[in-house]
Design a protein around this ligand. Sequence first.
Ligand code: ADP
Ligand code: MG
Length: 193
Amino acid sequence: MRVVIRIRPPTALDEPSEEVLQFQDQTISLRDPTYASGQSDGIAANDPMRQFIFDEVLNPQATQQDVFEHVGLAICKDVLCGYNGTIMAYGQTGAGKTYTLSNQIKPDQGLIPRAVSHLFNEIDADKEYEYTILCSYMQIYQENIYDLLGKETRTALALRESPGTGVFVEDLTEYVVRSPREVMDLLTKVASS
Ligand SMILES: Nc1ncnc2c1ncn2[C@@H]1O[C@H](COP(=O)(O)OP(=O)(O)O)[C@@H](O)[C@H]1O
Ligand SMILES: [Mg+2]
């Protein structure tokens, strides 16, 4: 597993504030807000800056293409070799998860449209094998799983395990998709509903 931090640029909604964040190479330093008041918990009692180290830190100038190259490309490659791959975006509301993953506005498309085009390009160029690509889309909300592509989106689905398949979501709708367009149409349909 790799953990990559993307620092987004300030948006118009961000309140201007004192700079609390510095970054260099794989390290982010945050100013401990309790330090000045003398309430620091003692982990770094004589330094107001707390340091956190990650596999990679992408600065606010990083483009969507940079994110794809640093986060998506290697996983796409592994998936085409038969390994499972997961990309998870984690962060508070407004951090940039939706923009990073799902933005469809050119030329700043997010990871999903880029990964989808990349996978189809690779598969189209492969003369040796035939591929079937299935697309499903689910939401986990308060510990329940909901099918975003199904007719019934409000009933929670069950997580099951079988010896052959491993862990799977029972009755999750899957569509066979033949082009990036078909994938993006499915996702757009959900986003607008
Ligand atoms: N790297 C970025 N560059 C430019 N704008 C960004 C970036 N990341 C996020 N934004 C903008 O910041 C706002 C919040 O991002 P969003 O993706 O909706 O956050 P989240 O899904 O984590 O709640 C949106 O208006 C989005 O367009
Ligand atoms: Mg979001």
